[in-house]
Write a protein that binds this ligand. Structure first.
Ligand code: BG6
Length: 366
């Protein structure tokens, strides 16, 4: 039921603080309130045995995989490879001893992801699925399961399930980092506290809807929109671009800031819209120099930043900033105004954001 909301997508965007909070609590041991291996239906030994990680997923879940990669490699120093589920089986996959295969899926029914999990099992790998639907096929096929607590998601374009997938990835990375001795108790505690502050900060991001509406009005008639980011910002920009193209039918392309000059820059002309994600302080200056490259070719630029990151007003047509958090978790905040932007562009164009043409919520054919 949509209740006071116009669309399920809007409702689900607003449910994110609760969904994230529920996922954090689900991951905690009820007795000592610490993140538990059991939430992943795994043991400490299962975590200790992990030497490599292969993520397989489709669509937004695939993008969540890139965030997991960035966070996990940074915290736990375990190598992570992200692969499209539909490609995995046909790429002659090589899985090493100790490599765990993680399938990420909201529905738990996506045929490509299910087939990839089965293939991974056949190859002898341990499999973990991060799914939102209890008792789904992918959960059933996997050795281990973590259930994101987004609740039912109706809108075709995912919002709250993606947000919960990010959180599942953070918790997994934190547990792995602790198990591998890469972070101490104190650091783990600080990160956990920061994770528990996310629902409140996501709540604050929900008031960015009027700023994104201003941006949506400036972008709704464009035919091509470029998204830029480095590192984690790149991972999140993939989701921002997908969300917008899924429901607004505007062609959007996400590009790594540094790679731009090796290709896409040839498409930049006067007034080409470029949306830069700038939440990673140590990378922001580099990305801004890429912004100067497109600006000098006439691009109109927009920025999504985190508080305290300094950007020149003159460089951008509009700057939108999210509350400060530990940079590894910035995606959870940035994604909210990106979702709003997509939703509002879709409405301004008179489209139905809940039911984009040609797309299905869950695709059970390969
Ligand atoms: C697609 C949906 O076809 O499947 C996407 O339209 C979704 O929104 C993708 O991200 C993967 O779905 P799931 O259920 O495996 O996360």
């Amino acid at each position: 039921h949509k209740g006071e909301y116009l669309h399920f997508m809007e409702k689900e965007i607003f449910e994110q603080p609760q969904a994230v909070q529920d996922t954090l609590l689900y991951a905690c041991d009820k007795e000592n309130n610490e993140f538990s291996y059991e939430a992943f239906s795994m043991s400490e030994k299962d975590f200790r045995d992990i030497t490599r990680i292969r993520i397989i997923a489709c669509g937004s879940a695939y993008h969540a995989g890139y965030v997991l990669k960035s966070v996990c490699e940074s915290l736990a120093r375990v190598p992570v490879q992200v692969e499209l589920a539909s490609e995995f089986r046909y790429n002659h996959p090589i899985l090493e001893d100790g490599e765990i295969v993680i399938g990420i899926s909201q529905s738990g029914e996506t045929a490509d992801t299910l087939a990839a999990i089965k293939e991974a099992k056949k190859l002898g790998a341990k499999t973990l699925s991060i799914v939102n639907v209890n008792g789904s096929a992918i959960a059933g096929e996997s050795d281990f399961v973590f259930y994101t607590q987004a609740g039912p998601e109706i809108a075709v374009a995912t919002t709250k399930a993606y947000s919960c997938q990010l959180v599942a990835g953070y918790i997994f990375s934190l547990l792995l980092a602790k198990t591998k001795g890469k972070i101490g108790d104190e650091e783990a505690h600080i990160l956990k506290e920061e994770l528990f502050s996310l629902p409140g900060k996501i709540q604050q991001c929900l008031s960015l809807d009027s700023e994104t509406l201003t941006m949506a009005k400036k972008l709704k008639d464009d035919k091509n929109i470029f998204f830029l980011g480095r590192g984690l910002d790149w991972a999140v920009s993939m989701e921002g671009a997908l969300k917008l193209k899924e429901i607004s039918y505007i062609h959007c392309e996400s590009y790594s800031s540094g790679e731009l000059k090796h290709g896409t820059i040839s498409l930049i002309e006067k007034d080409s819209p470029v949306i830069a994600l700038l939440s990673q302080e140590e990378l922001a200056a580099k990305s801004i120099s890429n912004i100067h490259e497109v600006k000098s070719r006439g691009a109109k630029c927009f920025a999504f930043t985190m508080e305290d990151i300094s950007v020149e007003e003159d460089d951008f047509a509009q700057i939108l900033s999210v509350p400060k958090t530990q940079p590894l978790f910035a995606g959870s905040l940035l994604v909210v105004p990106l979702q709003f932007l997509s939703y509002q562009v879709s409405l301004l164009k008179g489209l139905d954001p809940d039911k984009p043409r040609n797309l299905a919520k869950s695709v059970t054919v390969e």
